[in-house]
Ligand binder design. Sequence first.
Ligand code: NAD
Length: 282
Amino acid sequence: MEILDGKAAASAIRSGLKQEIAGLQSLAGRPPGLAVILVGDDPASAIYVRNKGKNCREAGIESREYKLPGNVTQDKLERLIRELNLLEEVDGILLQLPLPGSLDSQRCLELISPLKDVDGFHPENMGKLTLGLPGFRSCTPAGIIALLKYYNLDVSAKDCIVIGRSNIVGKPLALMLLAQNATVTICHSRTSDIKGHVRRADFIFAAVGIPGFVNADMVKQGAVVVDVGINRTQDGLVGDCDYEGIKEKARAITPVPGGVGPMTIAMLLKNTVSAWKNKLQL
Ligand code: NAD
């Protein structure tokens, strides 16, 4: 059984980006810039933003954090996004989700310039993903694809089961797997026989948000299991899969933490560098 070490894969990607930035910086005249907007004081969001900032700085990306109070108005938040869209030295804009209170996140995401949409959530970039056109890809599913590639795991012609159909993980992941020639089934809260689907899968992608949702009994011998879930429990952070039970049967599995999580941040950095290169025509 192989452990798909997202920390190692992400570190390799970040080193490559660091070298690329160092090589292009004199030509560019400035480093890549990422603006991160954090609204309110959700502790988990604050940790994510801190990690993203640290990873950016280490790679040579200038990360600016914009902290707004939880009671900020929709108007004020939208004004900030418009300003950042125009700011020359900002290549990428990330709005940390979820937003507190009654703020309309979809409206804000649609306001971010598609050229600076390094999270890949703008309808234009989601549309490009659907059509197989170049554009920014959502970081978590893109990180999963990059992790599979790092370990030479080919999904072409394989039965891939994605559990979860959210706009940020399940749906874009299914489209990215399809682009890799996988046979894709999406399961969700209304699927009648999830166990039956999962049991025949060569690759299982769990993005549900329920600890232990996928257990060893549901996993075919030799399957690859990618656990996207991040659940805070009394025992600390756990995924959606029963890691201990499954590792006896799986060909490969991602740990939580240290699997998909670090890859998500690496893809954010990669998208920011792409936005920088696109803007400066490097
Ligand atoms: P979400 O709540 O938006 O979506 C969950 C999906 O699971 C839904 O589509 C729903 O249909 C499905 N679902 C819920 N209950 C189900 C059930 N009983 N049976 C079958 N399907 C069911 O969540 P999300 O934003 O897609 O995130 C999913 C998980 O991934 C969460 O634990 C989240 O914290 C984690 N996550 C991790 C990363 C990362 O970088 N590793 C990034 C994003 C999300």
